[in-house]
Design a protein around this ligand. Sequence first.
Ligand SMILES: Nc1nc2c(ncn2[C@@H]2O[C@H](COP(=O)(O)OP(=O)(O)O)[C@@H](O)[C@H]2O)c(=O)[nH]1
Ligand SMILES: [Mg+2]
Length: 453
Amino acid sequence: MSDVIAAIATGKQPCAIGILRLSGEGCGEIAGKVFRRKNGLPLTDAQPRSLVLGTLHDKSGRVLDQALAVFCPGPHSYTGEDTVELQCHGSPAVLTAGLEALYQAGARPAQPGEFTRRAFLNGQMDLTGAEAVMDLIEARTEDMAANAAAQLEGALARRLAPIYEGLTDICSHYHAVLDYPDEEIPEFQLADFAEGLRGDQAELGRLLESCRRGRILKQGVRIALVGKPNAGKSSLLNALVGYDRAIVTELPGTTRDTVEESARFGRVLARITDTAGIRDTEDKIEALGVERSRAAAEQADLAIFVCDAAVPLDGEDREAMAAAREAKQAIAVLNKTDLPQRVFRVQLPFDPIFAVSAARGEGLAPLCRWIEERFAPDLPCDGSILTNTRQAEAVGRAAEALGRALEAMETGITPDAVLTELEAALEALGELTGRTVREDITNRIFERFCVGK
Ligand SMILES: Nc1nc2c(ncn2[C@@H]2O[C@H](COP(=O)(O)OP(=O)(O)O)[C@@H](O)[C@H]2O)c(=O)[nH]1
Ligand SMILES: [Mg+2]
């Protein structure tokens, strides 16, 4: 039995509708003290999962708002327990007073994530589902939302389930042979499982590969603007994000720190870093900036070498080009093409090269289109993209353990050693979805082999 928790489920700004949410045994009675139905009947008598009209009252019993309520008796609710949602007008004052009244009626403040945690504890969803709830709420692009929605619906859990089941089978079979030598359990041949395990390993590998996409999907493509001072990096950043984010001056070296800003390129979200110019310098502050721009390029998914087309290429440009090449991919922008040209495409070892005038906002469309096409998810956003480092880390551990198990099998080490690794893989996957491993294995022994009849 769990106590009744209550919270405001909607935002803190005035808006059309605001929702107060309760969960826990007896929440219908508690809500019924604050929300009174128009027909005078108790809230808990209302048709489950149907809206009923009434009034919301404050602590002193004054009417605060006209509201709708929905009562969902467990287990057919989000948390698996009795829940109530009160739909009020979206006034922060109304919601706060209503919440206070609910506390006075016997509810306690919900902890962050507590509704979803209860849903998980009550078996309404696994851990990947719970994490998908957060991803869905935080989604900033349609693709992100689609991937999270599919995970909430169980897409990732379904992909992992056959691997988990297979490993559980092997481990439980092995323990059965070991623990119940008198029973007639079929001989245990580890080698029979090698092919299946290789398949599992490949599947985990594919999931891990989706991680980079997942990070890009969730956090945005990391783009670093690299170029010598005065090339027009800050102007380009401003042009791409659509407003003056970075300071633009005629003095070289004004962007001494790095500036980061988000931009959307169609379906693609990006985080653009405007770095200090690459320049060997005596100036301490600027030297630090130069370090940062090298580091930014190293960490970037894409570096854009920005070149001032109005002045001939020099050593500083070459240094910047080298820094840009530290990134996973590098392209070039020939800037200031509104002025007479002193630099030409053939001089730049990049592909593609975009000719633009950042100051005038000219020639940017092809660059934006290229970024969108290059980084738009090439995987279907069907929940199979890992967007979470915890999940990726667990999948990584499972894959490594499987690799070690296969290696041990090939070198003919005792089944014990192999099983230890398989159990490590199982544990990592169990952590991923939030199942408990030991119990599952034990359950299987009795269920499948009828040991101890
Ligand atoms: N004519 C022209 N000037 C530009 C262009 N882009 C930037 N500038 C100018 O070049 C100078 C340096 O620009 P800035 O963006 O601060 O360069 P950064 O040092 O690389 O960040 C400023 O005076 C800008 O107005 C362009 O496309 N055309
Ligand atoms: Mg600058």
